[in-house]
Design a protein around this ligand. Structure first.
Ligand SMILES: NC(=O)c1ccc[n+]([C@@H]2O[C@H](COP(=O)([O-])OP(=O)(O)OC[C@H]3O[C@@H](n4cnc5c(N)ncnc54)[C@H](O)[C@@H]3O)[C@@H](O)[C@H]2O)c1
Ligand SMILES: O=C(O)C(=O)C[C@@H](O)[C@H](O)[C@H](O)COP(=O)(O)O
Ligand SMILES: [Zn+2]
Length: 348
């Protein structure tokens, strides 16, 4: 269940009061420790004891070493099966905290309190938890629902612009795959800031939740939430491998541009729709230089995508603005042409 919190966090307090947890473990990174934890602790009313678990910020921390440290700390602190993990942070924290909680002692309960735009609209919802393996994105993980998701949009007031823009990419994706009206509303936004995006969070969350409700384990329609991610994750992985990580939403924005062109090449959308999508995504995101990446290296990562079957790359591609297909296999020629198209945008 998703709840938008009042200023005094009363719904969270009721939740903590009604359940019989033994202890609370609050997972934060260094930034959510500084900016969000004081707000949570200032409003949280409970007799339960709590501990703060802090990790460094960033995608590079979303790995087995961090998970192992957290499992060890929970063990040393004698967290039992009635302990509650509160994930207070962005997608790295909700992915990591959900993964650690859903595997520790074969699963303890956790809640998500997302603090980035990306985690409010996307990562905190839907129960995908996980960590990266080497530079491969989200290769190890679980499907595990949080007990609750509590949204407090005012957390966005301290979020850096680049992070806000990263989350906006997933919102644009939600519009493109499922709701043209949402897309149309979003592209009216001239200046990305907390104030201009907050009114659109609820719609974006609902789109994600609706898709997940229909297909929790990603057997069919949930694959549409991966639009932009087949190429986007490959590029994000290569940047991670080089020790030069980019933000997830930046990779998704790049991936949506390349995959919009790919949908056109595969005769799924018109050239006019592809142009509208590409031009609008470009308005928000600076060009991401992929010239250092060879086609073979990108293709090798595409061949490891989680949506693949029988060694075939299954794309989730738009069939219009507001609709999306999945399990679409493209010609190798068109895949390479979509990368080449993206590279040329630099000089356009
Ligand atoms: N599970 C899913 O369904 C899902 C969906 C989308 C993305 N993801 C994953 O989410 C991750 C990206 O999430 P993200 O963009 O939230 O990144 P993130 O968790 O790294 O947070 C971004 C940055 O913002 C800081 N921050 C967070 N809240 C803040 C606040 N209120 N004020 C100031 N600083 C704050 C963080 O410390 C961090 O430096 C990726 O690993 C991606 O793969 C998962
Ligand atoms: O929830 C989903 O399903 C998504 O695909 C949402 C994506 O935005 C998100 O990045 C997700 O973590 C990608 O999942 P993956 O299975 O491709 O790793
Ligand atoms: Zn994503």
């Amino acid at each position: 269940m998703i709840t938008i919190l009042n200023d005094n966090f009363s719904q969270l307090n009721t939740f903590l009061h009604e359940k019989s947890f033994s202890k609370i473990f609050i997972l934060v990174d260094e930034n959510t420790h500084e900016y969000c934890l004081p707000i949570l602790l200032g409003n949280m009313e409970t007799d339960l004891g709590f501990e703060i678990l802090e990790i460094e910020a960033g995608e590079e921390m979303k790995n087995i070493q961090t998970a192992n440290q957290l499992w060890e700390i929970l063990t040393e602190m004698q967290a039992d099966r009635k302990a509650l993990v509160i994930n207070l942070g962005g997608g790295v924290i909700t992915d990591m905290g959900g993964f650690v909680a859903s595997t520790y002692k074969r699963g303890i309960q956790f809640i998500n309190i997302p603090t980035t735009l990306l985690s409010m609209c996307d990562a905190s919802i839907g129960g995908k938890t996980g960590i990266d393996l080497m530079h491969y994105k989200n290769m190890v993980g679980t499907f595990a629902f949080p007990e609750q998701i509590f949204i407090f949009p005012k957390f966005l007031e301290t979020l850096p612009f680049k992070e806000l823009r990263s989350g906006f990419a997933e919102m644009l994706k939600h519009g493109l795959i499922a709701d043209k009206n949402h897309w149309d509303q979003l592209i009216q936004i001239r200046k990305l800031e907390a104030e201009t995006v907050i009114p659109h969070i609820q719609t974006s969350m609902n789109i994600k939740q609706d898709v997940v409700d229909k297909d929790f384990h990603e057997q069919n329609i949930r694959k549409t939430l991966n639009f932009g991610h087949t190429i986007g994750h490959a590029v994000e992985s290569l940047c991670l491998q080089q020790g030069n990580p980019i933000l997830h939403g930046e990779a998704v924005a790049m991936g949506m541009i390349a995959e919009a062109h790919l949908a056109y090449l595969e005769n799924l959308i018109s050239e006019a729709d592809a142009s509208v999508i590409i031009e609008n995504v470009q308005r928000y995101y600076p060009y991401l230089d992929i010239n250092d990446f060879k086609d073979e290296d990108i293709t090798a990562l595409l061949l490891n995508d989680k949506k693949n079957t029988d060694r075939k790359i299954n794309f989730s591609l738009l069939s219009g603005i507001g609709s999306c297909t999945y399990d679409h296999q493209c010609s190798q020629e068109n895949i390479l042409e979509s990368l080449s198209f993206y590279r040329k945008l630099n000089n356009a």
